[in-house]
Design a protein around this ligand. Sequence first.
Ligand code: COA
Length: 434
Amino acid sequence: MDWKTLYKERCVTAKEAVAHIKSGDRVVTGHAVGEPSYLIDAMVSEADRLKGVEIVHMVAMGKSEYAKPEMAEHFRHNALFVGGSTRTAVKEGRADYTPCFFFEVPRLFQDSMHINVAMVTVTPPDKSGYCSLGVSVDYTKAAVEAADIVIAQVNEEMPKTYGNCKVHVSQIDYFVLHNDPIIELTPPKIGGVEKQIGKNCAALIEDGDTLQLGIGAIPDAVLLFLKDKKDLGIHSEMFSDGVVDLYEAGVITNAKKKIKPGIMTAAFLMGTKRLYDFVNDNPSVEMDPVDYVNHPFIVMQLDHIVSINSCVQVDLMGQVASESVGTMQISGIGGQVDFVRGASMAEHGKSIIAISSTAAGGTISKIVPKIDAGTPISTSRNDVDYIVTEYGIAHLKGKTLRKRAEALIEIAHPDFRDELRKEYEVQFQCRYFS
Ligand code: COA
């Protein structure tokens, strides 16, 4: 059967499509701003007939109504990363968290998490019957390939992107045609502290480097200080609007990238409509699955890769906690360690953990004598490379525990340095001189 006939036959209403979800099913939704909001709403409106449906999602950017207290009997959210809309459900024990490296999620779908239903967003099919997964390819493509049933919201607003991001009409069981604006992120506020951190990170970036940047005020602040650099490249789990400014200014050319020169590579994107318009039908950006983009074996081949991520606590040994405050899960590991490891194996690679020196309005130091009890370590002391705060740069790789502690105390907030020095003197049985 030709794809056009197949497509026509498989177009249904949202109610008809979600009727295929059964109690006890595992449902994976498209990731981040690629989530199919219209289908999720339709599923939630069927809550009365559903019991114990597991909803697997990573960075959930929509309403996440399935995680509300009144939905507890019907849906149980399984978070691969805990975001703002799902944090309370995890904290209150109404949702679960599954630890995982981002690059391994496609493998989990093949080997250990059987998917009954995948619900994703796609563009309308092209002339050959291929739909693009747009701004969310990451684990979403793997979910399409692994699920028993695939339901797609065909959204004309989804940017048509290039890369290994296409699925054929024959891979999708039900199509629901519905246009929704792609969820936009409010650009973060960049204050003086973030600017100083950005400046310090920028000092570690050289012409021709390839960058991986996380999301938020610090990565955006770093971009502000790169305007005088030349031939930067992007190979990043995700990127946002700040990259568009530097591309248009001719700072990002991708010319020196060891893999896919001339092309920006990402697994997902989140930003404003400006970003989505920029990537639409733009062959200079390729969207690829996360088991390619984040795989340390790929990252290590990008000579001169610099990864920049953040955390909540660093102890004096350089152990980095990025996901929890004590036992409270506040986010996830995402691609942090994928890139830390890839960068440390790459020729001239650097990995940076960039943080403000304090949290909670200056009342808590992020550089601590010991990580809080119950807090999982995200980046180990063996993997850590650079820690950057607004007070400077601590290069830890290759340094003894004593030298690491000294370097970290130097970049801690001055209000907390005495306490850290005391711990240093206990740990190393010697006076601290600085
Ligand atoms: N003690 C107590 N609370 C702390 C804390 C600490 N040491 N550090 C941060 N917090 C609190 C903040 O006060 C804030 O609380 P609020 O939401 O109630 O205001 C919350 O934790 C988030 O901290 P903040 O510093 O504002 O977060 P951020 O937006 O800069 O993100 C991470 C920081 C670590 C959560 C985030 O970078 C992350 O999830 N990293 C791991 C994943 C990763 O690196 N992925 C790869 C790139 S996408």
